[in-house]
Every structure is written in C-alpha cells, then in structure tokens.
Design a protein. Structure first.
Length: 460
C-alpha cells in the first residue's frame, strides 16, 4: 500500500510462511503473481443522486435446479455507476512514484482483465474517464466495494482522488485498496487429476495453480477433492474433457499450456462453447455426480424426467402440423413472412425471432398438444431444436482442429493486420512466433476462436 509493505494472509489472517520453501526443496518450481483490491467505503457517506442506478435482473434464476424459495426482485440491492475524470487521474499520478507496481517492488504479473486504476490511466491514456461500479458488499452491511478502482497507491492519494469522483465528495474509507503478491506453482507440474507429478497423494487446487477468481478456485477444489477421494478408495480418477465442462477446459489449459499470469475462465477459451451451456449443465454432469455419490437419487430422477420430457416436446413439435391460416395472423403480428403451405411446428420454431412460448399462445391447439410442462423443459427443447445444426457443425470443426499440426505459419507472418484476433492473441503470437497452427493453439491466451480466425486466413 504505497510504500508500506507487510505480510499477511486472507482478510484478517496471518500469512502462511515456510510452505513454499518446503515445496521448492522437494523439487517444485514456484513463481510470483499479483492481484489488487479497491477501497471499501461507507455507503452512508455517498451521494447516490449523482450516480447512474443499475437495477438487478427482473427475473431471478437460481443456481440450483432443485425447487428452492426464490428471491423476489423487490428484495434486491441495486448497484450504481459513476466515473473518474481527468482531475481524478492527475491526483492519482502524483502517487505513481510511491506505487509498488511502478517502483518494481512487485514484479509478478497481475490479472489482465481487471487492471489497477494506475494501469488503466497509463495504458489507456487517451481516455478521460473510467467506469466505477459502486457495489454493496451484502444485505446486512453498509460496506461498499468500489469496483474498477483497484489500486496500491498511498492511502492519502487514494482518498484525495476518490473524493473528486461524483457522489464520493464526502466519502469515508473502511479500508483502502492494496496490492498483494503471492506464490504460485506453475500448473504444468500437475496431472489432469490435479495430483502433483512429483509427490503421490499431494493435490493442488486454486490460486496456487495460477488461477484468479472464486469460481476457478472452487471448481478445482471440487475436482481435487473428488480425485483425492477416488485415489484413497483405489477407484478410477475423474477427468472432465474439454467437451464435457468448462472445468475440463480450465484444467486442460492449465496443465497443457501453463500460465504466466492469473488465469481466468472465459467462454472464448472453449471450442465447444455451444455445447457447454448453463441451461444444460444438469443434463451434462448430473449422471457423473450421481455415479460418484455427489448427486442424490432425487436429483438424478429429476434430470431423467427432464430429459424424457424434452424429447417428448421435440417429438411433438416435429410431428405437429400447422396450417397457414392458423399461423399467418401470428407471423404478420411479429413481422415474419407468411406461410404458403402447411408445415411442421418445428420448422416454424427455427425461424428467427420466434419463441416456443409465443407459438403455444398464438397457434391454435399447440398448447394442448404439448400439454403441461415445466418452463425450463420448454426452454431446453427450444434451445436444442434451434441449435441442432450449429452443434453438428461444432463437432465437425473439432475433427478439423486435429489437422492443425500440418498447417505451417511463416515466421514473417504479420499478426497485427488480423484485427479479428483478440488483442491478447495478437500480442502473444507476435512474441512467441509459433511454427504451426497446432503450436499456436497451445499458447496461453490464444483461444480456439483466435485459432479458427487464423485457420480461415491460412486457408486462403
């Protein structure tokens, strides 16, 4: 925090010392990463009339498929948006000399996708303002998290700068922002079960493997726990494939590519992202969870019933005949071209801008034919119907990806001219200069979508 430097663990806990040294003595390679945090402030000291309100979702969907009591939208806490200014930036710059990031006292790489406010000011010098998200920390606290203002500048500089932000004129701090540097162990030292290659029975999970984010840590903890149990019980290991789950993508990336900066999971990192959807997570993974003893019989029965109901709905749609006279008033109302001949309901559903819910309300007899069904089952049947052709294309694409090893990239190739590539991919490819598309695909930060763009370009 500015020129202050001290050891510590998680909030309010002491640091864990000696573990890194012991693991290094045993032959493990370690390195350093960094992360930052914004100030936590007293929500009662803010003027929300000077900020833009950000309401929560109108329809709140739970994380579980089991029936639970839903939170009502009127119970929600909202967030707000405000902005920095050139004036704020000038005050922040006065502290750069005392910033541990800028003075080189912290050398580890930080998270690429949540830079500190100091980084934003220097990397995006052309911008005269940056968004700040004003987020309540919880139901029963007045503490506010100033998202977008991560910083390790001295406390007085943070305070002076934040007071210049609209709505923060009378701000009171609970805790200033600070930077953290921590040890991690490059994850190429692991097996796909998250067991270390060096020591049998020792599993690593979470930020020790170079990831950032709660979800990334949680999913590794789950997989390491499952595999530690499987090993202790002398059962087969559990490894999710890239086509099974985002967890599979994350672990495969870490072990095959390693990471030299805090790793975050994005949909763009998965070549199977049409298959890996939140709406079908239960269908994809509950059978495995049940087999392992993690999902109850009740949960498995619900998933089986859902699967059968979805198939039933799709079969009805594939068979149900729709006359032009029945559908055209509805089609005219939504601006879709009229039908000239009788067609199955499924064909009508494939038109853009048409939902199954609307069809069941507007087309006589269809609601009765489908019968009573859970809204999630109707949604699932609709998604499977609409995306069927794309899923098949995706499977074909995966086969093509296997041919990447034979596609040579000239060493003189200019990646900057391919603006369709992500900025991170252009930067990494130009630095590493891979010899083939296969090598390019294994570079950390080069996503399957980037490889597809390169593949199209090389095909020309």
């Amino acid at each position: 925090m500015g020129e202050k430097q001290f050891g510590g663990g998680r909030m309010g806990e002491k640091g864990a010392t000696g573990i890194t040294e012991q693991l290094v003595e045993l032959g493990f390679e370690s390195a350093r990463l960094k992360t930052g945090t914004p100030p936590r402030v007293d929500g009662r000291s803010l003027d929300y009339t000077k900020m833009e309100i950000q309401h929560g979702d109108e329809e709140i969907v739970g994380f579980s498929y089991l029936p639970v009591e839903r939170i009502k939208p009127e119970q929600q806490r909202c967030c707000w948006i405000t902005y920095t200014s050139n004036e704020v930036h000038e005050i922040l710059k006065t502290g750069f000399e005392q910033s541990p990031m800028y003075q080189g006292r912290i050398k580890g790489s930080g998270p690429r996708y949540c830079p500190s406010i100091e980084d934003k000011i220097s990397r995006f010098a052309e911008r005269d303002r940056h968004q700040l998200f004003v987020e309540p920390e919880g139901w029963n606290t007045v503490e506010i998290y100033v998202n977008g203002f991560s910083t390790s500048l001295p406390e007085d500089v943070q305070f002076k700068a934040l007071k210049m932000v609209p709505g923060f004129e009378n701000v009171k701090f609970f805790r200033p922002g600070y930077a953290i540097e921590y040890d991690y162990f490059p994850p190429t030292q692991l097996q796909f079960t998250l067991e270390t290659k060096l020591i049998s029975g020792l599993f690593f999970a979470g930020q020790i493997n170079g990831t950032t984010g709660y979800e990334e840590a949680a999913c590794q903890g789950l997989m390491a726990g499952i595999n530690a149990h499987q090993k202790a019980q002398e059962k087969d290991p559990v490894v999710l494939k890239r086509s099974d789950a985002y967890i599979g993508v994350l672990i495969d990336d870490l072990i095959n590519k390693g990471t030299d900066e805090p790793y975050r999971m994005f949909t763009s990192r998965a070549e199977f992202r049409t298959l890996l959807r939140q709406d079908n997570a239960d269908l994809r993974l509950t059978p495995l969870g049940h087999e392992l003893g993690l999902a109850s019989d009740e949960r498995m029965e619900r998933v089986n019933a859902k699967r059968q109901d979805v198939e039933r709905i799709k079969n009805i749609l594939a068979e149900y005949p729709v006359e032009p006279t029945a559908a055209n008033p509805f089609l005219e109302k939504i601006g879709s071209s009229p039908m000239t001949e009788k067609a199955r309901a499924m064909k009508l559903l494939l038109r853009p801008g048409i939902s199954l819910k609307d069809m069941m309300q507007e087309i006589p007899g269809l609601k009765e034919a489908v019968g009573d069904s859970d809204i999630l089952n109707l949604e699932q049947a609709e998604i499977q119907a609409k995306y069927d052709v794309y899923i098949e294309k995706e499977k074909e694409l995966v086969k093509k990806m296997a041919t990447l090893e034979d596609m040579v990239i000239p060493q003189s190739f200019n990646y900057d001219k391919l603006t369709a590539l992500s900025a991170e991919a252009r930067q990494k490819l130009a630095k590493i200069k891979p010899g083939t598309l296969g090598q390019a695909s294994r570079i950390s930060g080069v996503n399957p979508s980037d490889v597809q763009i390169l593949m199209v370009y090389m095909g020309r």
